[in-house]
Design a protein around this ligand. Sequence first.
Ligand SMILES: Nc1ncnc2c1ncn2[C@@H]1O[C@H](COP(=O)(O)OP(=O)(O)OP(=O)(O)O)[C@@H](O)[C@H]1O
Ligand SMILES: Nc1nc2c(c(=O)[nH]1)N=C(CO)CN2
Length: 196
Amino acid sequence: MNPVSAGTGPADPARAEAPADPGPADPHAEPVVLALGSNLGDRARTLAAAVRALADLPGFDLTGVSPAFESAAVKPSGVDETAPRYLNSVVAGRYTGTPQALLDAVNRIEADHGRERAERWGDRTLDIDIIVFGTLEVSDARLTIPHPLAHERDFVLAPWLELDPEAVIPGRGPVLALLADLHPTVTPYREIGGSR
Ligand SMILES: Nc1ncnc2c1ncn2[C@@H]1O[C@H](COP(=O)(O)OP(=O)(O)OP(=O)(O)O)[C@@H](O)[C@H]1O
Ligand SMILES: Nc1nc2c(c(=O)[nH]1)N=C(CO)CN2
């Protein structure tokens, strides 16, 4: 089974006008899954803009965008019902660069959307985490892949499962089984996307 098997989810409406035949897939591209989150500002608009920025990224071929899910903010001290609620979505694609180059790119997209880093798990306009990068395992000062907390976050697993019912986190197991073990905190929101 393909550990990521991206591309089975709904297409991004923002790309509906793209040419129908994108040509053959790059054999060197790795299937990647990214988790997007926002709890400040116009969250749906920000997530849609982030999806478009990813689609425009050189070397990134967008293959799927999940519906958005809403949930209360998880803080280091636990669920904070007083904080602005999050919208989360998951994006699948194929990427030809290195994981570090993808991290640089997503950090730039976050910065372009006003992301500020003040406190751990602080409220944010946009967060983009790299969840998996093919079957690669990375552990260096800047990057841990698979994302070390993805398996325990239903705000990551629930949208990902919608996109890919066969998804697996290398070393952790099927997303379906991981999600079944969690107390559900998310509620469906709606499709993100929108026009440019
Ligand atoms: N898989 C990954 N995806 C994104 N960032 C990562 C990853 N692994 C390590 N990092 C590092 O984490 C740093 C902090 O990221 P960020 O501020 O977005 O964390 P956070 O979103 O608050 O927390 P969390 O990583 O638990 O979601 C980034 O600058 C990056 O170097
Ligand atoms: N509901 C929710 N809570 C969070 C989220 C998130 O995306 N959704 N992201 C965090 C740090 O990345 C911390 N807490």
